[in-house]
Design a protein around this ligand. Structure first.
Ligand code: GLN
Ligand code: ZN
Length: 746
């Protein structure tokens, strides 16, 4: 996105019509140039991985895989892809069409645009973007290694709306890949990086076979292929990955360190082995000496067949640590962002080529930092350790059965059928951002800041009362981000100023850094929620981020199991839940949108991971009264395969993202006979379109085919912070009207 998120501002400016297409392109070119320059001394530099929106969508464009509704669109490829991704028109494109689905990229927090297939899908090469970037790189003297998504992973990432098995499309897809490799060769490529991270997941015999079919078909391509995997272990796919007819294999040698020994035995002797030895998913400095201890014998054995790289693309880490001026100096010394990770690679390269003495100062500095982190007194807090031990000894306090709680809550809250609510945030207006910025910069005092936020909360409560919503929220004006807000208030976390990573399109997040034991020193949200509640007789929902989401959306310590870190977070959130309850808050939402995405890529490891995730959530809401209604919220997830765990959370109400996938999602809740209340989103908040009353009534009718009336809630998909007030008011008015209409009918 650029050091100052240049790409974000350029994209949003272009979509608004404030800057021209040429200006947007210039920003893209400038970013590519800068990022290539950062790697100019490397033997091979990735090219074609730059994307204006999403690299999977780019691949769909390269393969000519447009959904039917997008075929008639005006505009060139870029404008059309913006249109498809955003469900609204770009300056050069035609009228809006339904936005494509987004989903998480493997177990990261990056969202890609899901390719759409059906039985009639055909492919047609469009190599213009890649060819242009190759030419650009060549002009800058860069040794370009184009990066593409491999055919099998591409098919697995897509979704067929008519039930077509994506593998049946492979014979149509492969000739286009063959052509693509030819045009990349013609554009000067010697190596092409073909990303196949699907290889770290469990593959059925059919998919394994497809790998053989595909790579044998591409064997005669006039370029060398570097088959690239990351994010996990090859395990039983090691034989397959080692023996596909390609020139080299890249693996994530941090997650997959134990794959290396077997691979050495399995790989034919001519193949390059590229080892990802610098973590592309986390921010800790690499222990360079330990890495060298491990690499040196491998380097001896493999010679020039050994390549070094980061584990994966550096998309998932912040760009540059030197941009941080306020970071706690002790913690800062433990960190490496993308630019620093490139330096680590350089040190490793030189040490392997010329011996460790050639880089002694760098190695010594690194060893000192690694050692300082290990020895730091900031990692453990006796109180947290004691609380964990007590939890271990006593177990989690059980809540009463749902039926009993539901009856008490119905009596306490007196809500109508089809209760209406929202997910938490309301528009983050320029005024809110300005007050927050001024406060951070020390330009206004705490009292002025507080009254500014209170004014926003009051507005938000007023608007919701006028709309006739049943369970209100305070609107989260004081939160720049649902994770960072808590990270700023909990001990054990550091936050960055500029550590942005892309979430989807122009949207970025700034994951906090969890480095030590997590402790809540004082209440974090009570004053805001209690203030909102003081303004209305309707229930105001207290709004918290759940332990699993805090964990998954942060860069977390690697010196203890994630399960332990998660329990610490849960204990801290629990204290807040109990304080909210004491302050008279009757409904509390604990958001867990990231419950699923942090799961291991291998399903065999899910039960264990889900167990501690569920336990953590239950710790967070243990000890509350039956009358207190616990909500949770999840978005952009497939729920099919974790429905049991979702039920085990035992939240009284779960609100879900649903509008883009047209209630399909509820089928599984129905099949599983999910016992508690559900609010399937009836309004897609990722688009500014205002749905009509009829559209929402229709969605609710569909939901009622799956769910009993008494347990159905009415709400948007997700928080409204990215929207504008006029569209929010219009959409919520329609939503409340839809609920009212159905209440009369039923
Ligand atoms: N309460 C949060 C909000 O409304 C939830 C956001 C999310 O699910 N990602 O903004
Ligand atoms: Zn959400």
């Amino acid at each position: 996105m650029g050091a100052r998120r240049e790409l974000k501002w350029a994209l949003e400016g272009y979509w608004k019509g404030d800057i021209s297409r040429a200006q947007l392109e210039a920003v893209g070119a400038e970013l590519r140039q800068r990022h290539w320059a950062d790697q100019a001394d490397f033997d091979w530099v990735p090219v074609g991985d730059f994307s204006f929106y999403d690299h999977v969508l780019d691949m769909s464009v390269t393969l000519g895989c447009w959904p039917e509704r997008a075929r008639a669109m005006r505009g060139d490829d870029l404008d059309r892809s913006f249109c498809l991704a955003r469900g609204q028109s770009a300056p050069g494109a035609s009228a809006p069409i339904a936005a494509a689905e987004m989903t998480k990229w493997f177990n990261t927090n990056y969202h890609y645009i899901v390719p759409e297939f059906d039985a009639g899908t055909t492919f047609e090469l469009n190599a213009a973007r890649l060819e242009a970037q190759m030419a650009e790189a060549r002009a800058q003297g860069i040794r370009a290694k184009p990066v593409i998504i491999g055919p099998i992973t591409y098919l697995a990432l897509g979704k067929a709306c008519d039930g077509t098995d994506p593998l049946t499309l492979l014979p149509r897809l492969l000739p286009v890949y063959a052509e693509l490799l030819q045009s990349l060769a013609a554009a000067g490529a010697q190596w092409v990086q073909v990303d196949e991270p699907l290889l770290v997941t469990e593959l059925s015999a059919e998919w394994q076979h497809a790998y053989n079919v595909a790579y044998h078909a591409l064997k005669s391509a006039p370029v060398k292929l570097l088959l690239t995997t990351y994010f996990g272990r090859l395990l039983d796919n090691a034989y397959l990955a080692a023996n596909l007819p390609v020139a080299g294999l890249h693996i994530d040698a941090i997650e997959g360190r134990d794959d290396v020994a077997p691979l050495l035995g399995l790989m034919p002797p001519h193949k390059v082995l590229s080892l990802g030895v610098v973590d592309g998913r986390n921010v800790w400095k690499t222990d360079l000496q330990a890495t060298l201890d491990w690499l040196e014998p491998l380097a001896q054995r493999l010679g020039s067949r050994l390549w070094l790289a980061p584990t994966c693309s550096l998309l998932h880490v912040p760009l540059d640590l030197t941009a941080e001026r306020q970071l706690d100096p002790e913690v800062r010394a433990w960190l490496a962002f993308a630019v620093q990770k490139l330096d680590e690679l350089r040190v490793l390269r030189q040490a392997l080529r010329q011996g460790r003495t050639a880089v002694r100062p760098a190695l010594e500095a690194n060893a000192a930092a690694v050692q300082a982190r290990r020895a730091s007194g900031r990692l453990r807090h006796p109180q947290v350790q004691a609380a964990l031990a007590a939890l271990q000894a006593k177990g989690i306090a059980k809540r009463s059965p749902y039926a009993q709680r539901a009856a008490r809550q119905a009596a306490a809250l007196g809500l109508p059928l089809l209760p209406t609510t929202t997910i938490g945030s309301f528009p983050q207006t320029p005024e809110i951002r300005q007050v927050r910025r001024q406060f951070k910069a020390g330009l206004i005092d705490a009292a002025t800041y507080r009254s500014g936020m209170q004014a926003e909360i009051a507005r938000c409560v007023r608007e919701q009362e006028a709309l006739g919503l049943d369970v209100l929220v305070h609107g989260e004006p004081e939160r720049s981000d649902m994770v960072e807000f808590f990270a700023e208030r909990l001990e054990g976390f550091a936050v960055t100023e500029a550590g942005w990573v892309q979430s989807y399109g122009s949207r970025c997040v700034k994951p906090p850094i969890l480095f030590g034991d997590v402790r809540r020193a004082q209440p974090m949200t009570v004053e805001w929620i209690a203030y909102a509640q003081s303004l209305t007789s309707k229930p105001v929902k207290g709004m918290l981020t759940g332990p699993v989401t805090l964990l998954n959306w942060s860069f977390v310590r690697d010196d203890q199991p994630r399960s332990v870190t998660c329990k610490q977070l849960a204990l801290a959130i629990r204290e807040e839940v109990l304080d909210l309850e004491r302050a008279g808050v009757r409904v509390i939402q604990i958001d867990e949108p990231a419950l699923r995405e942090g799961l291991p890529l291998r399903r065999a490891q899910w039960p264990q991971a889900l167990q501690w995730a569920v336990e953590s959530f239950r710790v967070a809401c243990s000890g509350v009264r039956d009358e207190t209604q616990i909500h949770t919220h999840m978005c952009y997830s497939e729920f099919n395969d974790i429905i049991e765990a979702i039920a085990a959370l035992d939240a009284d109400v779960i609100t879900l993202e649903c509008a883009r996938s047209r209630m399909e999602l509820l089928e599984v809740f129905d099949r599983f006979a999910y016992p508690n209340a559900i609010g399937p989103g009836v309004y897609d908040i990722h688009s500014p379109n205002v749905p009509t009353v009829e559209q929402m009534v229709e969605l609710l009718r569909q939901a009622l085919r799956r769910l009993p009336l008494a347990r159905l809630w009415v709400n948007p998909d997700c928080g409204l912070k990215t929207r504008h007030w006029p569209e929010v008011v219009a959409a919520l008015r329609h939503m409340v009207a839809a609920a009212q209409q159905l209440r009369l009918e039923l």
